[in-house]
Design a protein around this ligand. Structure first.
Ligand code: AHR
Length: 525
């Protein structure tokens, strides 16, 4: 080595050494960290109910109007007023169930105003969401038509806040009865002969807040009153859901489980991921730094603890696990898109949302014995949406792609997983580097969902499978250039799943290199 080369090499080495010394502790991390996963194929768990992959569509902003319903006279291609592009995308997503019409909207919704000739339907103000006129063009018939078109089941939320048991009873008869009554004649006159199948019925929504500001004890009594009058034929009886708590407010689960003895098939639970500790602390959907990446990841992972606490209460009071725990609102909630109506809850959807969605499914799979239904908020144009539309344009979000990649988990058998993973740290916050779940899918293969929660470093994972010998592995990956990589109408495929070649099997062991901020689904034969 010449002297000048030696000097240059020394200078480079010193600079590199200094860079390591001066680098903020947050990004200091060994280049190779090891995560060890053991999947227990020898101890199969509960079935992952397909309804865990449900959707929530409320009369909110362009969630229904513009997003689903464009009307028969629209130039946007539609079938009986329902846009064809959205139907095709949701059909392809195998959506099992759609919760409707709210949310908070549900407690001001009067079903009679949404049937009959559209021109004569009542126009109301949507007080909860933007104070805009609601013309009831999308009502019961349009909802069931939409479900038929996408192949999903029905979940309606009955109006407790401003409704009555009588209004709910009549709606049930209108939807589900096969007898000859005044209400079923009206249904027939409105174009539907046969009753519809109503899979799920909630008695109110967020009765601790927008649904009536009740106490758990007061609501338990209201629930019993409403539930008494669910008088469908046994074969037409829906799963009946009580409005439960949120975050760590387990008193709702405790009170409902101890005071309602009959007629409650499930308790609902809501948890939204925001930036900070306080509900008001919201960050932007895109254009954020690593501090907001990790704060959202840390907050979303609290779902695990909330489920654990609530389920522990249920296990004591209902050891036979008759009552389900339905997370029927979850997802990210950011500051509204600049320039949008703040009441419409419009937000972009990025790689961070994809990682959050997949991490939540890994948690739901773990609690599959109780968490038998969830619905992300919300399907189109609202909060953590699957689809964004703008007039005739439509784009699929990174969250859509995660739901699509996880389709094999619908109805699969969950497999317990042991996870040893290093921490990913930024600033004062640490979270696990990797999140994982596994299941035996319909064809007998084992599918593994892996998420690298670290946005800067690859994760090296070794997977042992107890009770099965891996033969072949294939996979799909979703990742992006940046933490906020997202799809737009102009660049709809910036984030999309591709085949994954980072998994290898050698000597009966599976090893995987997960790129930074990625979601990977493996199929192991
Ligand atoms: O999803 C938006 C709103 O969030 C729902 O209407 C309400 O139930 C919750 O507070």
């Amino acid at each position: 080595m010449t002297e000048s080369k030696t000097l240059r090499a020394t200078a480079i080495l010193s600079a590199a050494f200094l860079a390591v010394l001066c680098a903020p502790a947050a990004s200091a991390k060994p280049s190779v960290s090891a995560t060890a996963v053991t999947i227990h194929a020898d101890r199969p768990g509960a079935t992952i109910n397909k309804n865990v992959y449900g959707q929530f569509s409320e009369h909110l902003g362009a969630g229904i109007y513009g997003g689903i319903w464009v009307g028969e006279d629209s130039t946007i291609p539609n079938t009986r007023g329902i846009r064809n592009d959205v139907v095709a995308a949701l059909k392809d997503l195998h959506v099992p169930v759609v919760r409707w019409p709210g949310g908070c909207f549900g407690d001001e919704y009067h079903w009679r105003e949404g049937i009959g000739p559209r021109a004569q339907r009542a126009v109301r103000i949507n007080h909860n969401w933007g104070g805009v006129p609601e013309d009831n063009a999308f009502g019961t018939h349009e909802y069931f038509d939409f479900l038929d078109q996408i192949g999903a089941d029905a979940y309606v939320s009955a109006n407790v806040g401003t409704g009555s048991p009588a209004e709910m009873v009549d709606w049930l008869e209108y939807m589900t009865s096969d007898q000859d009554t005044t209400l079923t004649r009206l249904r027939k006159a409105n174009g539907r002969d046969k009753p519809w199948k109503l899979s799920m019925l909630a008695i109110g929504n967020e009765t601790w807040g927008c649904g009536g500001n009740m106490t758990p004890q007061y609501y338990s009594d209201v629930f019993k009153q409403y539930a008494t009058f669910i008088r469908t034929k046994p074969e037409a009886r829906p799963i009946v859901i009580a409005s439960g708590g949120w975050e760590n407010h387990t008193e709702w689960t405790k009170t409902l489980m101890s005071s309602v003895k009959n007629g409650m098939d499930a308790i609902s639970f809501h948890y939204y991921t925001v930036k900070g500790i306080r509900w008001e602390d919201k960050g932007p959907a895109v254009g954020f730094g690593e501090d907001e990446w990790i704060s959202h990841i840390a907050n979303t992972l609290k779902m695990d603890g909330y489920l654990k606490e609530n389920i522990a209460i249920m296990n004591k009071l209902d050891p036979k696990k008759k009552v389900g725990f339905y997370v029927d609102e979850w997802g990210t909630w950011y500051k509204p898109d600049p320039g949008s109506n703040p009441g419409f809850l419009v937000q972009q959807n990025s790689m961070r949302d994809a990682v959050i969605a997949a991490a939540n499914f890994n948690i739901f799979h773990k609690y599959a014995d109780r968490v038998r239904m969830t619905s992300i908020a919300q399907t189109i144009n609202v909060l953590q949406a699957m689809i964004l539309t703008d007039g005739p344009k439509m784009v699929l979000t990174p969250t859509y792609h995660v739901f699509h990649m996880l389709i094999p988990f619908q109805g699969a058998t969950s497999l317990p997983v042991d996870l040893k993973t290093p921490k990913y740290t930024f600033g004062k916050t640490s979270v696990p580097e990797v999140s994982v779940s596994a299941a035996r899918i319909a064809n007998g293969d084992i599918d593994v969902a892996l998420v690298n929660l670290d946005p800067k470093h690859a994760a090296h994972v070794s997977v042992a499978i107890a009770g099965a010998k891996p033969g072949e592995v294939s996979g799909t990956i979703l990742t992006g250039e940046t933490m906020d990589a997202h799809n737009t109408f102009d660049a709809p495929d910036a984030v999309h799943p591709v085949a994954f070649d980072g998994a290898k099997i050698a000597n009966g062991r599976l090893t995987v290199t997960l790129p930074a901020k990625s979601v990977v689904v493996l199929d192991v034969k």
